[in-house]
Design a protein around this ligand. Structure first.
Ligand code: ADP
Ligand code: ADP
Ligand code: MG
Length: 445
């Protein structure tokens, strides 16, 4: 099948994919913006091509420049990583039309899951529990008012094409609905080039628990258990752990089956994630499916021993899954902390020059990063500079290990979230595992 993979991304995920490709005997091509010319993701690839100036629009989102880079280097496959073009159905389609294997699901599957209202309708018909969505095209008509009152306040306005936790609006009173709809629509238009929004019941302080799935082009789909991603700021994940401290075996099984059903409903043939919110009674509701490898995939790798990126590449090559559901066993506990160049209290981005970078090390400690001493964190992209992952025999030991690793992690020159993560490791609510998506906001308020 394919022999040379163009990695259409930057930072740690580009390096992560580069490693998996080399382990499979594949050549790699890195692409980079002028802001990233000295980045490690460029240095460790076999070849590299500059695709434009710093602005993502003109570089990592620039389909023409990326396709041209594939053409001049003779790449025959594209790995999109996460973010950027990874969930762009049009990009996946153009890759295939240009004889480049897109390392991800079919563009049809991306398209079906990309529109959140349609995705919910699709999975509902496969028996997946969802929260009712109310479509609102124009004004708040008496009919919509009736539907909203039936669902009950608080409600959440969400963008149909949304992502990255952006553009969501909580509404607690009917008087605020019309105004918040206007705000949500204009934010959605700006961020996602579509002002289509919908309303669902806003669950107060739920858990975010997601299921990793893996499929192939022969109709097989398995799941690899859950990740608890309830430590969030602004609806964005900051820390994830697997397994979830609140699930029991019965609910875990149910969620796994439902996630596989959701994936099968769209003919899913790659690595992907089905996201749920879970209430206090462990009722779970489908949120969305991320049709790509996720930031927090390593914690699943640590407890299952399955290299998700390698398997994703194998599936794209047309190989059959090498695992059946019964082969997936869970061992121990894993935690990931997202280290971002941000103020640890306000989360204001803090790009700039890293003067000293000393990574933590040791048994069960894993670091995914392209940062190093003298690295300049550019202001143009996501502020995540490293993912620190630990694995140990149980949750208590994993927390102890993470605590130690965070204290060993030295980054001078930019503010980072390391101090916040250290505080989380000793917080009673985190220690007893019953934290929810409101935890961080309540605590830092
Ligand atoms: P994960 O569930 O993998 O953590 P995130 O929602 O954190 O996914 O997104 C991963 C990356 O993709 C982040 O850099 C985030 O900012 C970016 N991202 C996700 N969705 C979008 C989107 N629709 N538009 C722009 N960036 C996005
Ligand atoms: P995105 O595409 O931006 O990731 P999601 O639908 O996955 O959007 O939601 C992101 C986060 O927003 C969730 O993890 C959760 O914290 C919160 N959220 C989304 N929908 C709801 C809801 N109906 N009730 C409560 N919280 C929600
Ligand atoms: Mg999401």
């Amino acid at each position: 099948m394919f022999k040379k993979v163009l990695i259409a991304n930057r930072g740690e995920i580009s390096l992560r994919v580069n490693r998996a490709c080399h382990e499979l005997g594949l050549k790699t091509v890195a692409v980079y913006s002028t802001a990233d010319k000295d980045s490690l993701h460029v240095k460790f690839a076999d070849e590299s091509v500059c695709i434009g100036p710093p602005s993502p629009k003109e570089s990592y989102l620039n389909m023409q420049a990326i396709l041209a880079a594939a053409e001049v280097t003779g790449a025959d496959a594209v790995h999109p990583g996460y973010g950027f073009l990874s969930e762009n159905a049009e990009f996946a389609k153009i890759c295939e039309a240009s004889n480049l294997t897109f390392i991800g699901p079919s563009y049809e599957a991306i398209g079906s899951m990309g529109h959140k209202i349609r995705a919910k309708e699709k999975v509902e018909s496969a028996g997946v529990p969802t929260l009712t969505s109310i479509k609102v095209k124009g004004e708040v008509t008496p009919e919509i008012r009736k539907q909203v009152e039936k669902v009950g306040f608080p409600i959440l306005i969400k963008a149909a094409m949304g992502g990255g936790g952006r553009g969501m609006k909580i509404v607690r009173r009917i008087e605020d609905l019309a105004g918040q709809l206007d705000v949500a629509r204009s934010e959605a238009k700006n961020a996602f080039s579509s002002d289509e929004v919908y309303i669902e019941k806003y669950l107060e302080n739920p858990k975010h628990i997601e299921i990793q799935v893996l499929g192939d082009k022969h109709g097989n789909v398995i799941h690899l258990g859950e990740r608890d991603c309830s430590i969030q700021r602004r609806h964005q994940k900051l820390l994830e752990e697997a397994p979830s401290p609140v699930l029991n075996e019965e609910v875990r099984m149910k969620m796994g089956l439902v996630a596989v059903a959701a994936a099968k409903a769209v003919g899913y043939s790659s690595a992907g994630t089905v996201e749920f919110i879970v209430d206090k009674n462990l009722n779970f509701y489908f949120l969305e499916m991320n049709t790509r490898i996720q930031v927090e995939h390593p914690i699943t790798e640590m407890i299952t021993g399955v290299d998700l990126v390698r398997e994703q590449i194998r599936s794209a090559m047309g190989e059959k899954l090498r695992y059946q559901q019964k082969d997936i066993q869970f061992r121990g506990h894993s935690i990931e902390c997202r280290i971002t160049a941000e103020d640890p209290r306000t989360f204001a981005p803090n790009p700039g020059q890293i003067k000293l970078f000393h990574p933590p090390m040791g048994f069960g400690v894993r670091l995914e990063s392209t940062a190093c001493s003298d690295y300049f964190v550019p202001p143009f992209y996501d502020s995540m500079i490293a993912k620190l992952i630990v694995h140990d025999e149980n949750r208590k030991m994993a927390i102890m290990k993470m605590h130690g690793a965070l204290k060993e992690f030295v980054i001078h020159g930019v503010k980072t979230t390391i101090p916040l993560h250290i505080d989380i490791m000793t917080h009673p609510e985190f220690l007893d595992g019953r934290y929810d998506t409101g935890f961080l906001t309540r605590w830092l308020a």
